[in-house]
Design a protein around this ligand. Structure first.
Ligand code: FE
Ligand code: FE
Length: 308
């Protein structure tokens, strides 16, 4: 007897979901605009506006990058021959190609006068490249306690700009799934958050957003990205008068098995939402989940966990 496929099944059989979703070239402008919007009436308004200012400088680094800073194509080839992602962060961060992005950021960034920010920028300016690299190694490996918390947003911003620029300007990057679901196929860094997309061929699919290079990769929904279990997952959101709980644009997928969580952004409930800004504007949710004993493996490179 012939098998008759329903219309939906035919489509599913004919096309597997696109594996990658590359960020747009104006990624950092979008983040800045969104942060400025979220800052209105927000308890962390000053901090969100500070990060917005940094995002504008990140965009400048993409649009007008420091000269001669693309990683050596041979280096990318060697990474891939060793089974590493082509822009492997833990390896490339030890070389100096990203340092001109930090120098240029320190030249171009003109924040509103604020003592703590000026001190952090002065510390970075007066630090040699050996120490800068050591801090950057700590940051991309998630060891936030090994560098001063006040330096994290500025160092993180320079690293993000370098890796996003490389991701979007290196031709023919062959990307394949990482060793774990939460690992970026382009640079090997952990995901910052997930986005459930709402348009075109990506409609209804979950993509994880890289904390470093902003590459997005497809991971099936309703599965813990850390222990790969689907049992007992719950979706937790902050109370918000504007949205019912099952329509909240931002929800944390919590796993009872490994006690971890990952924030997810549902674009169908807020088409303008963007992962990095949504993450920073919802730190109340992190505080609540931490109190409930959940771990957050997902880094945000513009904020040291637990810092003011
Ligand atoms: Fe990445
Ligand atoms: Fe889990």
């Amino acid at each position: 007897m012939p098998t008759i496929l329903e219309p939906g099944e035919i489509e599913a059989a004919a096309s597997s979901p696109p594996f990658l979703y590359l960020p747009p070239h104006n990624l950092f402008t979008l983040r800045a605009l969104r942060l400025e919007r979220l800052a209105e009436g927000h308890p962390l308004a000053d901090y969100l506006r500070l990060v917005a200012g940094l995002c504008y400088v990140q965009q400048q680094l993409m649009d007008d990058p420091p000269v001669a800073t693309l990683p050596d194509p041979e280096r990318i080839k060697v990474c891939q021959e060793h089974g590493l992602p082509p822009l492997a962060a833990d390896s490339l961060v030890r070389e100096g190609h990203w340092l001109p992005y930090l120098d240029t950021l320190l030249q171009r960034y003109r924040p509103a006068p604020q003592l703590a920010v000026e001190q952090a920028l002065a510390t970075l300016r007066n630090t040699d490249s050996g120490q800068r690299k050591a801090w950057a190694v700590a940051l991309v490996s998630g060891q936030f306690t090994l560098l001063p918390a006040a330096l994290v947003p500025f160092l993180g911003a320079a690293l993000q700009a370098a890796w996003s620029h490389w991701l979007l300007s290196t031709p023919d990057l062959a990307l394949k799934p990482g060793d774990s679901l939460s690992q970026c196929p382009a640079c090997g860094s952990p995901a910052m958050a997930g986005v459930i997309r709402n348009r075109g061929k990506h409609n209804g699919l979950r993509y994880l957003v890289c904390s470093l290079c902003a590459c997005e990769w497809h991971v099936v929904r309703v599965k813990c990205v850390y222990c790969e279990q689907s049992k007992g997952l719950e979706y937790v959101s902050l109370d918000d008068d504007r949205h019912a709980a099952n329509q909240a644009p931002l929800r944390a997928e919590t796993c009872p098995g490994c006690r971890s969580y990952l924030k997810l952004l549902y674009l169908e409930n807020d088409a303008e939402a963007e992962a990095l800004s949504a993450d920073l504007a919802s730190l109340m949710l992190d505080m609540r989940l931490e109190q409930e004993g959940y771990l957050r493996p997902a880094p945000n490179l513009l904020l040291a966990p637990g810092s003011d």
